[in-house]
Design a protein around this ligand. Structure first.
Ligand SMILES: *Cc1c(COP(=O)(O)O)cnc(C)c1O
Length: 369
């Protein structure tokens, strides 16, 4: 059948876009292989499953599904504001923090403005940059992480925004308080610096900067956080930013009025109250990461030191082969050739059993006795 819409062309910036590549869904591999018990360690999801308190809160909210959500998210913002010791007006909620990243791009980027981010940084930065016709300026990584000197050197009078993920996905690298502050002091005040803290909860380093404090000192910084990772709510899509009220007001103008649904709002509130779950998640991640690191060391397999809930594991020249074999064995990890890391696979830290399955499969694939 002919497709008459073929003559229709997207706007220039969209023509050049490559879509985000998500992790392979469990159901898809189940269909392909006809096997059950698939282990998915591909999307940095929380392996513990949602908090039972969150499930209960959602259950109680179900009868209100006919109503629009609270577009101002009064209760969730109030709770966040209290926990973070900021004003509600400084918070912008998003349908996942991805949504907030896009709001930032749409609210602040003109066509041809320059946006700086690092090689191997989160794949959403180039997408939101390009979608609004701004120009991506990608600086080379240093030891797989952000090279702040290179990023500073890349600033021109066209620079409007800088994305920094701390820790970064997919590499897991992180920046210390001292490094970050020294950098921010050099950044002109009219340039927005987005500090993406999707994995902040997992970091256990004393000199890891607290985004809220950084924001208080540098008001051109926008912090983004999410309920998708340590809080275990990836499917509900809820994240937020912390900025000045002035910047939040602009974000709010481009935001869809009901961008976060009512179950997500309810769940996020319950998740904030369930500090035990958060603690358990962090502990499970620490012990799972140690478990995988120990096994990799024993197998002489290199990995990049990571502060997130994932590890980039090196399989020189054969990452694609290892990935294909893992899939056949029912283990989904994330190939990251699209991050210019063709020799690595990113594995999310799972439950102890999931990690063990991953380890055993790697042993088998690499024929380690
Ligand atoms: C997972 C992730 C996010 C959060 O995505 P959500 O849209 O909140 O699910 C943001 N930034 C980075 C670096 C991530 O890895």
């Amino acid at each position: 059948m002919s497709d008459d819409s073929q003559i229709i062309q997207a706007i220039e910036s969209v023509q050049a876009l490559s879509p985000y590549i998500p992790g392979k869904p469990v159901e898809e591999l189940e269909r392909e292989l006809g096997i059950q018990n698939i282990v998915k360690l591909a999307s940095n999801e929380n392996p513990l499953g949602p908090s039972p308190k969150v499930i209960e809160a959602i259950r109680q909210a179900l009868p209100e599904l006919t109503r629009y959500p609270d577009g101002s998210a009064f209760r969730l913002k109030a709770k966040l504001a209290e926990q973070l010791n900021i004003k509600s007006s400084q918070i912008t909620l998003g349908n996942g923090s991805n949504d907030v990243l896009e709001l930032i791009a749409r609210a602040f980027l003109n066509k041809n403005d320059e946006v700086i981010f690092s090689q191997h940084a989160f794949a959403v930065y180039p997408i939101v940059t390009q979608a609004v016709g701004a120009k991506a300026v990608v600086t080379p990584a240093l030891n797989w992480g952000h090279d702040l000197d290179a990023m500073e050197a890349a600033i021109t009078n066209k620079t409007k925004l800088i994305f920094i993920a701390n820790p970064n996905n997919p590499t897991g690298t992180w920046l210390s308080k001292g490094e970050l502050k020294a950098f921010l002091k050099q950044v002109p005040k009219h340039i927005i610096v987005v500090l993406d803290e999707a994995y902040a909860e997992y970091v256990n380093q004393e000199n890891y900067p607290d985004g809220v404090r950084i924001h208080k000192r540098f008001e051109n910084v926008i912090i983004t956080r999410t309920f998708s990772k340590a809080y275990g709510l990836a499917s509900l899509r809820v994240g937020y930013s912390i900025s000045t009220s002035h910047i939040a007001d602009f974000l709010n103008r481009v935001r869809q009025p009901f961008n976060v649904n009512s179950l997500a709002l309810t769940a996020a509130e319950a998740a904030l109250d369930d500090t035990d779950y958060l603690e358990k998640s962090i502990e499970a991640n620490d012990s799972g990461k140690s478990q995988i690191k120990k096994a990799l060391k024993e197998m002489n397999v290199n990995y990049i030191s990571s502060m997130g809930n994932f590890l980039c594991v090196e399989f020189k020249g054969r990452a694609k082969f290892v990935n294909d074999e893992l899939l056949k064995m029912g283990v989904i990890v994330r190939p990251i050739a699209n991050y210019e890391m063709p020799d690595h696979l990113r594995v999310t830290i799972g439950t102890q059993q999931e990690n063990e399955k991953f380890i055993q499969c790697i042993k088998q694939i690499l024929e380690i006795k």
